[in-house]
Design a protein around this ligand. Structure first.
Ligand code: SF4
Length: 241
C-alpha cells in the first residue's frame, strides 16, 4: 500500500515575488544614481508607479519626470498646509511634465473639529495624522504597485537605514527612495543645476515643511526636522513606518 502524505498547508504570501524583487533591487541599486533608480522604477512598474511629494521641493518629482514624463505626483492636502505649500503644488502642476494628484481626507477641518473638537493636532496628533495623512495616502496608493518618496538617510536617526528600494510591509508595495543617499548639499546642488521649484518657506527658516500647526522655524544649530511637532515626542507622521 502506498501512503501519500498531504503537503503541509503552508500559507503563501501573494506578494512574495514582489517583495523579493524589491529587496533584490535594493541591493542591486544601492550604488546607482537617483535617476537610474527611477528609470528602473519606470521600466518595471510603468503607470503603476507614482511619486509622493510634500511640496517641500520638487526634486524627486523632477527626477521622476526625467525618467517617466507625465509621471503621477501624489500630494496629500491635509487642509492644514501653509499657503506657500499649496502655491508650490500649483506651480509644479503648471510648469512640470507631471500629473499632480491631490488626495484629501474624508473630513474637512471644520467637519473634524465638529466631531473631535478643535485643534485635534494639539491634543492627539497621532489621530489627526492617521485621519488626515495616513488613511488618504493608503487609499490613494491602492492603484499603484510602487511609490517613490524623498526620504534621505541624513534627515534623522529614524531614516538612517532607508533602502533605495525596499518593501513597504504596511501598504504591501514597493517603496523607492531614490535620494536616500543624498545629503542636503546634494539636494541644493540639484535644485541649482536644474532650476527646480522649491517651497519659499525653505528660505524662511523652515528646512522641513509640514502642516502649519505642527511646524515651526528651527533655531540656529538645530536639526532640520526639529521644527516638526516641536516639544512633543512625535517625530514622524506615520507615513514612513
Ligand atoms: Fe494633523 Fe499636525 Fe498631523 Fe497635519 S501634521 S495631520 S495638522 S497632527
Amino acid at each position: 500500500m502506498t501512503t501519500i502524505q498531504a503537503e503541509p498547508d503552508v500559507e503563501t504570501d501573494p506578494d512574495a515575488e514582489l517583495k523579493a524583487l524589491a529587496e533584490q533591487a535594493g541591493r542591486d541599486l544601492e550604488d546607482a544614481s537617483a535617476l537610474e533608480i527611477l528609470q528602473w522604477a519606470a521600466k518595471t512598474f510603468g503607470k503603476k508607479f507614482c511619486v509622493t511629494s510634500s511640496m517641500e521641493d520638487a526634486v524627486v518629482a523632477h527626477l521622476a519626470a526625467r525618467a517617466m514624463p507625465g509621471v503621477d505626483v501624489v500630494f496629500l492636502d491635509t487642509g492644514y498646509h501653509f499657503p506657500e505649500t499649496i502655491g508650490t503644488r500649483d506651480a509644479v502642476e503648471a510648469v512640470m511634465d507631471v500629473n499632480v494628484i491631490t488626495l484629501t481626507p474624508r473630513q474637512t477641518v471644520a467637519e473634524q473639529d465638529a466631531e473631535y473638537g478643535p485643534k485635534l493636532h494639539d491634543r492627539n496628533p497621532d489621530l489627526c495624522c492617521a485621519m488626515r495623512k495616513i488613511k488618504p495616502l493608503e487609499e490613494g496608493l491602492t492603484k499603484y504597485t510602487a511609490w517613490a518618496t524623498g526620504l534621505r538617510r541624513d534627515e534623522s536617526p529614524t531614516r538612517a537605514s532607508t533602502p533605495v528600494v525596499g518593501w513597504d510591509e504596511k501598504r504591501r508595495k514597493v517603496k523607492i527612495s531614490p535620494i536616500a543617499r543624498w545629503t542636503q548639499d546634494d539636494v541644493d546642488a540639484y535644485v541649482t543645476e536644474h532650476g527646480v521649484l522649491t517651497n519659499p518657506l525653505l528660505m524662511d527658516g523652515y528646512p522641513s515643511v509640514g502642516c502649519a500647526p505642527c511646524t515651526r522655524r528651527v533655531l540656529e544649530g538645530e536639526d532640520a526636522r526639529a521644527g516638526r511637532w516641536a516639544g512633543r515626542a512625535k517625530t514622524e507622521c506615520g507615513l514612513h513606518d
